[in-house]
Design a protein around this ligand. Structure first.
Ligand code: CA
Length: 226
């Protein structure tokens, strides 16, 4: 567990609680150290207010080198920062001050979901490559191409898309998606789903790839030429 936190008291409290839960904690203060140790970590807790680099910039750098499960721990409760964090690839976020039990629960949830991206039964049955219009989704290789060009989605974005693509035509309720991908319908995760769907649409440039079923959920869109 890599703990990136410049506040000594906060770091101490987190390290104590996490160690008690069986985690081996490496605490670093600066973004440069975080980058150096990221590859050895299994999980990252990231404070956004760091002395040498904005935490969001660090998050983007981390995402170019690894796809570790990561929770942003931030005093910035402004929605804009939170949304940027999720877009940059955070799996979840917790706003300070938080209850330790809540943070622990979210860590457990993220770990559970990232250790099994999709239920194996879903991956085993049916087509592993799904095509709609000029978008091709390879569920096994976890890749997406649009008009032959690879599109880089975050792990969470791909999980959402893969869940919709696993049974094309099926409508998935928000609750089901949140439960399957995030493990629980946390309030924050509920917002996460909207952000991730927006990310899929923006990065693929195919807004219709994810069809909103108003008041219910989402479905893989049928694009022209499919
Ligand atoms: Ca800080």
């Amino acid at each position: 567990m890599l703990l990136v936190e410049d506040d000594d008291r906060m770091a101490q409290a987190l390290a104590t609680a996490l160690t008690r839960r069986g985690h081996t904690v490496r605490r670093v203060v600066r973004a440069a150290e975080a980058l150096r140790h990221a590859r050895e970590a299994e999980f990252v807790l990231l404070d956004l207010g760091l002395p040498d680099l904005d935490g969001l910039d660090l998050l983007r750098k981390l995402r170019t080198v690894c796809d570790l499960p990561l929770i942003v721990v931030t005093a910035r409760s402004e929605e804009r920062d939170v949304l940027q964090g999720l877009r940059a690839g955070a799996d979840d976020y917790v706003v300070k001050p938080f209850r330790m039990a809540e943070l622990i629960a979210r860590i457990d949830t993220v770990r559970r979901r990232t250790s099994s991206a999709l239920p194996s039964s879903e991956q085993a049955e049916g087509e592993r490559r799904v095509r709609t219009g000029d978008v091709a989704i390879d569920l096994a290789a976890r890749t997406v191409t649009v008009d032959g060009a690879a599109v880089r989605l975050t792990r969470r974005e791909f999980d959402v898309l893969a869940l919709l693509a696993a049974q094309p035509g099926d409508v998935r309720s928000r609750e089901e998606i949140l439960d399957r991908i995030w493990g629980d319908a946390f309030l924050a995760s509920s917002r996460s789903l909207d952000v991730h769907v927006a990310g899929i649409r923006a990065k693929t440039g195919r807004a219709a790839l994810v069809r909103t079923i108003r008041g219910y959920g989402y479905q893989l869109g049928t694009l022209d030429g499919a």
